[in-house]
Design a binder for this molecule. Structure first.
Ligand code: 5MM
Length: 346
């Protein structure tokens, strides 16, 4: 058992506090720059720093966000007034987390499939991040649905990586967020998504067991069971909620403290509506907390407004906190579309 076992349980509990979720702001430089370029924001380090400062210093963000996931560049940065981001987050009551995978790379001998890398030197990197103040970590694996894929080999390789990462984190005092993302891309049906997600989660928990990971000292960050983005038959909010809950109930051990979904390219309002439906209808049956760990579905309105302009910071922060608050309500089953300033069809 890890010498950090009790600390890890406490951290996981704090991450899953009632009415709170996780802000994913761990875009690698490539992804962050891509999002900037879409809005004509210059993709340079100072803009990435300024944008991340906007996020973590948003007033009252800590009322709805328990922890935020940083990227290696970001965890080493400071506010313009010289306060390290880690300190600024701690002062705001937000637990610092860190992405430790080094990205999804082509899987050898498996065309169109990926495997996430980053195990080399990970023990030392975890020790450094813990020393810097991080208390949890994240590793994302990507499973693609397509013609003849995912293969068993891809699911197994990714689940093995997630499990090896998770035990190294627990050994070093970081709560592992285990993120097996079944991508929304494609024209597959919700039934296919269910099958692939169930198979993936079973393999992830089998590998976690084989590698001696402690289920009660981790957080699962799954994708929802949902129709492919290009599927002609889009499942309803009720169907996404019931199929996602059925899948999780069949796969996730009761000792796992919490499940925090990724948004995976869903619109902001859909991501809130789906999370809300799960909590409103099924909450009393859950052995775990069910909340959010969104990136795009929380950040996008703020980024769209900011556009790289200092004069837009205050309003952009309001939009960020508004989205965080709506998702906080969804994590309690109290969200409704009437709370939206600009209701869209979900
Ligand atoms: C923030 O985006 C993360 C991936 O970044 P890179 O691809 O640049 O490494 C990603 O892992 C994110 O944390 C999750 O997918 C959740 O993000 P969404 O936008 O799906 O909610």
């Amino acid at each position: 058992m890890s010498k950090y076992a009790q600390e890890l349980r406490n951290t996981a509990k704090a991450m899953m506090a009632e009415g709170k979720g996780i802000l994913a702001m761990d875009e690698s430089n490539g992804t962050c720059n891509k999002r900037f370029k879409n809005l004509d924001i210059e993709p340079v380090e100072e803009n990435r720093r300024a944008y991340r400062e906007l996020l973590i210093t948003a007033p009252d963000l800590g009322n709805y966000i328990s922890g935020a996931i940083l990227y290696d560049e970001t965890i080493r940065q400071s506010t313009k007034d010289g306060v390290s981001f880690v300190k600024a987050m701690q002062d705001a009551g937000i637990i610092p987390g860190i992405k430790v995978d080094t990205g999804a790379k082509d899987l050898a001998a498996r065309p169109n499939e990926k495997v996430t890398e980053g195990l080399d030197g990970l023990r030392d990197r975890i020790a450094e991040y813990y020393e810097m103040g991080a208390r949890f970590a994240k590793w994302r694996s990507v499973i693609t649905i397509g013609d003849g894929i995912p293969s068993d080999g891809c699911i197994e390789a990714n689940a093995h990586g997630l499990a090896r990462y998770a035990v190294l984190c627990q050994e070093g005092g970081l709560v592992p967020i285990v993120e097996p993302e079944v991508l929304i891309n494609g024209d597959h049906t919700i039934e296919t998504c269910y099958e692939v997600t169930e198979k993936t989660l079973h393999e992830v928990f089998r590998q976690l067991y084989v590698q001696n990971a402690a289920y009660d000292q981790m957080i699962l960050k799954p994708s929802m069971v949902i129709s492919g983005a290009d599927c002609s038959q889009q499942a309803s909010v009720e169907e996404v909620a019931s199929e996602t809950v059925r899948c999780l109930m069949n796969c996730v051990p009761a000792s796992v403290p919490g499940i925090a979904f990724l948004s995976g390219g869903q619109s902001e309002q859909r991501a809130s509506a789906h999370l809300n439906e799960m909590n409103a209808k099924y909450r009393s049956q859950f052995p775990w907390r069910v909340t959010f760990s969104y990136a795009r579905a929380i950040q996008q309105p703020a980024l769209n407004y900011w556009k790289g302009e200092q004069s837009n910071v205050e309003e952009a922060q309001k939009r960020l906190v508004e989205r965080a608050k709506l998702n906080s309500e969804a994590s309690k089953g109290n969200y409704s579309q009437s709370m939206e300033k600009e209701p869209a069809l979900v």
